[in-house]
Design a protein. Structure first.
Length: 376
């Protein structure tokens, strides 16, 4: 499958190449210091790919593999926006309304007092069950997955708090997709999101066996630049599972193209995936200036991505970002966003899971280099 974006020199699309060079130099410096073994970065604007670079190693040790532009990196929670996009598509097609209760479409989800949770609350991390989880056995047994999701238990009243749900909300979204379509959620995302955009080889929620050789590994950084492979992330089973809140894989150029589609009102080239009104709606700030109880920051949650808003500083999106900029991060390792005003999209993927403090500082700097590069 051919990559859908044509390439262009940064200056040809109104980007200052010196700022992008500074961004790349920062990534190279981090790799030289042993912060992470490898990385990819991509920047696109107005439907053109202005930058795509790979750095270092996707795998280290006896399985060493250089990072290349076609290497698939673990997305962690960047996956949440891809999964949410499948829900947006179903809403556009009339299969659900955002104000519907999840239990309207997933009979049994009302168990343990969850019957009033709406799809809006689910996708904005207000559902009330952040600590719930599914077992690895449910990754491949989706009847078991449905039963375990229905058995999730409330921890607080839905809608009363914003509290990040690391995996439970999007396992629920996956079951919702399967209930409405009768299809494996991974196949629905592949067939209705990635493939139509020309990104079937670039974005995978559930990596088939034939493509797993392209996957980098995820590491915990240790002393003196040591890297310990994380489990279960580095297992074949986890890659195949396509954990909908944190187990997708992609290239940076693939995510930059995906966010081009979102930033351009749901269209990439000649393919319209979603309507402009849908994108405007799902990227609204549904949670105001309320702080996330998980980290104390106001996330300005849309129905999947976070938005920059008008707060003094920003996590990941860059303080310099236009208030309408939206995107998402992946635990300690990545960030992707789109600025619908300038037409710029950005993706940074790496393969070591840093602390939130270190990752937030790093992505703030990288994103601000890109914002500062927008000169037209």
């Amino acid at each position: 499958m051919a990559y859908p974006l044509q390439t262009a020199e940064p200056a040809a699309v109104g980007l200052d190449p010196k700022k992008l060079d500074q961004m790349c130099a920062r990534i190279e410096s981090d790799i030289a210091k042993g912060v992470h073994p490898g990385a990819q970065v991509a920047v696109a604007r107005h439907g053109k790919l202005a930058l795509a670079r790979s750095f270092g190693e996707a795998r280290v040790g006896s399985q060493r593999m250089a990072a290349e532009d076609s290497t698939l990196f673990l997305l962690y929670s960047n996956t949440k926006v891809i999964t949410a996009a499948a829900v947006w598509l179903l809403a556009e097609e009339g299969s659900l309304r955002y104000g519907d209760r999840v239990s309207d479409h997933v009979p049994g989800f009302e168990k343990h007092h969850k019957g009033e949770i709406t799809i809006i609350q689910l996708l904005t991390h207000q559902g009330g069950f952040p600590s719930s989880a599914v077992t690895p056995e449910a990754w491949s047994d989706h009847e078991l997955l449905r039963r375990q999701v229905c058995d999730f238990q409330l921890e607080w009243v839905p809608g009363s708090r914003v509290h990040y749900h690391p995996s439970s909300a999007h396992w629920t979204a996956a079951v919702l997709i399967e209930s409405l379509t009768g299809k494996d959620f991974r196949h629905f995302i592949r067939d209705r999101i990635a493939t139509p955009l020309g990104l079937g080889d670039e974005i995978m929620v559930g990596v088939p066996e034939a493509a797993q050789a392209r996957c980098g590994e995820m590491y915990d950084p240790g002393d003196k630049g040591s890297m310990t492979p994380r489990q279960p992330e580095c297992s074949s089973a986890h890659r195949a599972a396509g954990v909908p809140g944190g187990g997708g894989y992609a290239t940076a150029r693939g995510m930059a193209a995906f966010y081009q589609a979102l930033g351009k009102g749901g269209r990439l080239g000649n393919v319209r995936l979603l309507s402009p009104r849908t994108i405007e709606y799902v990227t609204r700030n549904f949670t105001g200036d309320r702080a996330d109880m998980n980290n104390g920051f106001p996330p300005h949650r849309g129905l999947g991505p976070s938005t920059r808003g008008l707060s003094e500083t920003s996590r990941g999106l860059g303080t310099l970002a236009h208030p309408r900029t939206f995107g998402h991060g992946g635990a300690g390792s990545s960030y992707c966003w789109a600025d619908p005003v300038s037409g710029v999209s950005f993706a940074f993927l790496s393969n070591a899971r840093l602390t939130n403090e270190a990752h937030d500082a790093r992505t703030e700097v990288l994103s601000n280099f890109v914002h500062a590069a927008i000169v037209e």
